[in-house]
Design a protein around this ligand. Structure first.
Ligand code: M6R
Length: 571
């Protein structure tokens, strides 16, 4: 609601989705400077009082904050004479700035931030300085978009694309004063720093829906081209290998690697499982996949022979970044597999590979999964060929990879059928996804996608695990989606389907296209055959479409599901 409490500032806040705020705003008020923030609640309830911006007692200073102020209690105890109106950790920041303000906003912000422990990406304005905005970062990303006589401040580069390709990424401990004419970058000690502007190699049309109803659908349909972009120039068919310059390791250094660890969150984590499978198969290197938010607090056994890959679409995920820093601190060689160019993980990784999926705007990650998995396999292939993998096998892997974009197109052409299956199952409240071997990654990703866009409860299990407990839930109203493409575990999967059917669970099966006489399921989705290693890539295209159409059938806000953020920049 519009607030009349503060005489100098027009303040609008609302709970829930951005549409609510748009309603409250009505027409955009006049002005040349504006800050706003969709806050993912960390301290205090989801209420209007806790929504950002927060204001100083005199109402002149407004601030938005992404991150967490860890020492807020301690700081608040020194601000007894200030009037707090929210339960947030953030509000302490604006009062601290007010306490330190003596006519110079930048100085006050720097003073205040020097006392803060925790993470922040902030934007601050003052009613007496209508042409100034101060932004600073520590632990939470800040990127400044530089357009014609305009600046934009955001936590992720992608939303800036409609306005500009010129961006400045802030590093931790950097502060920028944006003025009507120009900007100045300093440290928190106000030592001046050189500003480096980067060009984002993404076009505006990539950030538009281009006739699709939702970004999610558009991004799924971009997968053939996105995958081509990830592999082109990086494969060597003749020698059956890959060439990824960003690894920055010599052949002998590559041979010193004894262990590989993949870290990531959500979809990136499941793409990493494909990497594990590939590294163990092709390069015979023991490989683990670790949840970044756990890894950062574990006692991982790491040495200079450990290679850690951090996977991230946004390149800004706080948990992945922290885990990556921890791995570095412990002496591992760290590399990034990242989509967003210039993002923090990309900058800090010390090397790695961009997946070139193009901007991903839907909250649900789709094309990034495909490209991350493909790049992880390319790394495995490169390490394999550097060791004992035969050229013939290498050539087979590269050939299979090159065929994938066309095969993805075939799945996309089946979208109407997938939609009809999705329509049939959209009314269920639960679903299991079963997948064995490398397709356990497919099942995990399929389950995540379904739950985040449709809000249907789902879980993923390797088929063999069902009898150890999960099967207890199966009944006529608890369907099973089985990933049953033809591979070494096909017969086992078919047995798992039979077990579920015996408990009267409705069954959908994802089956290789040459199994036309497959009768073990109620509904079948066919996908082209590929090498087992690449099955998660093809199979996931089908499960993404399934999740998408279920969400559409249920009338969900597909691109912006409730409670989720595109870049999770807080712990
Ligand atoms: O940007 P990242 O790849 O690091 O993001 C990781 C997860 O937050 C992300 O994959 C999330 O799980 C998506 N909502 C999945 O669709």
């Amino acid at each position: 609601q519009r607030s009349t409490l503060f005489p100098y500032t027009t303040l609008f806040r609302s709970v829930g989705k951005i549409d609510e705020l748009e309603k409250a705003l009505g027409q955009m008020p006049d002005g040349n400077l504006c800050i706003g923030h969709t806050r993912w609640a960390t301290h205090g309830g989801v209420t209007q009082e806790n929504a950002h911006p927060h204001l100083s007692c005199d109402g002149k200073i407004s601030l938005v904050h992404n991150g967490i102020v860890e020492n807020w209690r301690e700081l608040r105890s020194g601000l007894d004479d200030h009037n707090f109106l929210s339960e947030t950790d953030t509000e302490v920041l604006v009062h601290l700035i007010e306490k330190n303000y003596h006519g110079d906003l930048r100085l006050a912000v720097a003073e205040a931030l020097r006392q803060v422990r925790g993470t922040y990406g902030i934007a601050v304005v003052h009613a007496d300085h209508p042409d100034e905005l101060v932004t600073a970062r520590f632990g939470s990303p800040i990127v400044i978009g530089v357009a014609q006589e305009e600046y934009f401040v955001a936590s992720d580069a992608t939303p800036l694309l409609p306005y500009t390709n010129q961006v400045v990424f802030l590093n931790d401990g950097e502060l920028v004063l944006l003025k009507r004419k120009g900007m100045e970058m300093t440290t928190l000690g106000l030592d001046h720093l050189k500003i480096e502007t980067q060009n984002l190699d993404w076009s505006l049309s990539q950030a538009e829906k281009n006739g699709h109803e939702h970004f999610m659908k558009k991004e799924i349909f971009e997968e053939p081209e996105a995958l081509m972009n990830a592999i082109s120039g990086r494969i060597d068919l003749k020698n059956g290998t890959a060439r990824l310059g960003g690894l920055n390791l010599s052949e002998s250094e590559m041979r010193q690697i004894r262990r590989v660890i993949f870290i990531g969150c959500g979809t990136a984590l499941y793409a990493a499982r494909v990497g594990k499978y590939a590294f163990e198969r092709l390069a015979q290197i023991p490989t683990e996949v670790e949840i970044a938010s756990e890894f950062r607090y574990m006692d991982p056994i790491i040495d200079e022979h450990t290679l850690v890959f951090a996977l991230s679409q946004s390149g800004e995920t706080a948990d992945t970044l922290a885990a990556m820093r921890e791995a570095k601190r412990r002496g591992a060689i760290v590399r990034g597999i990242v989509n967003t160019i210039g993002s923090t993980i990309a900058r800090e990784a010390g090397g790695g590979t961009y997946i070139h999926a193009g901007p991903e705007l839907a909250v649900a990650s789709t094309k990034a999964f495909i490209n991350m998995a493909a790049v992880a396999v390319l790394y495995a292939l490169m390490f394999g060929r550097n060791r004992s993998l035969s050229m013939a096998t290498g050539v087979r892997v590269v050939t299979a990879l090159m065929e994938l974009p066309e095969k993805i197109k075939k799945i996309l052409a089946e979208s109407e059928h997938i939609q009809s299956v999705a329509d049939k199952y959209a009314h269920y409240h639960n679903m299991y996804f079963l997948g064995r071997g490398v397709n356990y990654a497919t099942a995990l990703e399929a389950s995540l996608k379904l739950k985040e866009v449709s809000y249907i409860h789902s879980e993923a299990y390797p088929g063999g695990e069902m009898k150890h407990g999960p099967i207890a839930l199966l009944s006529t109203d608890f369907p099973v989606f089985a990933i049953a493409t033809r591979n070494q575990l096909f017969d086992k999967t078919v047995s798992n389907i039979a077990e579920a059917r015996a408990r009267k669970a409705p069954i959908i099966a994802l089956v290789s296209e040459d199994e036309k006489d497959f009768t073990a399921a109620d509904d079948v989705i066919f996908v082209p055959r590929t090498m087992e290693l690449f099955e998660p890539i093809l199979n996931t295209v089908a499960t993404q479409l399934f999740a998408y159409y279920v969400a559409v059938k249920l009338g969900r806000d597909v691109d912006r599901p409730r409670n989720l953020a595109k870049s999770v920049t807080v712990e």
